[in-house]
Design a protein around this ligand. Sequence first.
Ligand SMILES: [Zn+2]
Length: 214
Amino acid sequence: MVKLTKSPLPDGIVINSADVYRSGIAFETLINDCHQKCYICEDKPTSINVEHIVAHKSDPALKFDWDNLFIACWHCNNIKSTKYDDIINPVLINPEECIALSVRISDNFIEAVQVIPLKTDAQALKTAELLEIVYNGGSTAMKKVESANLRNEHLLPDIKLFLKYISDYIDEPDLGYDSIIRQEISCSAKFAAFKRRIIAEDTELSVAFADALA
Ligand SMILES: [Zn+2]
């Protein structure tokens, strides 16, 4: 998860049914604000849900509250369900200051994502718990397979390519890889939290790309 900025509800739009936020200018604004990716796992979804960050069961007004709406993939939406209401709202709190995400690639395989809470408040811990299940699988066989696919079919190739850009940049600093890296660590990129952490934890790269990490 990375920080997001939500636009105001477009002029003239009144959310009084799910159809309003699932189509037209409201949906376009929502998906652009979320950079066409799931705000939880940061993958680009092939199955899109408009997600209520706080479940609306206990308060029906939340169903049509613009500030409560985000884009999520089916996998994350289904895991989050109503069980993880009190998670970090990435518009209000920078998730990168609360949770560190990293991977160790061995034999062309990511066995598990490391999800490390950096803070001990309830929201940070609850969000870390959700991300642990999203990336590493829950108690069901189905979720384990979905998470393994997320790690090894989606996250792995993306991170491997990013590591190649870094290696090419170090070998040939003048060939323009710096602009590709800047793009890859912008909050709009897929799996940006992982890539930004890789740069932030490297002594030299964190200085070279300090402006892009800000
Ligand atoms: Zn997701």
